[in-house]
Design a protein around this ligand. Sequence first.
Ligand SMILES: [Zn+2]
Length: 144
Amino acid sequence: MERRVIEAAEVLARSLGSDPNHTVAAAAMDTNGRIHTAVNVHHFTGGSCAELVALGVAATAQAGPLVAMAAAGDGGRGLISPCGRCRQVMLDLHPDILVAVPTVTGPQMRPIARFFRTHTSFQMRRPSECSASTGATMTRSHAA
Ligand SMILES: [Zn+2]
């Protein structure tokens, strides 16, 4: 089932053209296995990441709790990890969600809470990729 959500994000990402305002695709799966897809909206005033748009799309469809989320970049960049803001939003709104992250051994699904407890060995998306970025830098979290 996780494979489906990753594939949905990657398929949508591949369909993105050269529009710099829409560079990331996300897919979220609900408890019924339905997949809700969305793209980011970049704007200097603070746009929205694809993950956050996907949360809204899912809510519009009355999806209820979400069980999996994946995001992929345009231009063949493949799976990418969520930014700090998206991690926090997902933790708060869908605390049981699994998030796809790229690793050296391939995609892995990780519980959202783990992003806040463990050292992350994967690359966190730079804030510039996150449309709402105001230039603040993200720091990696280490276990206390
Ligand atoms: Zn984000």
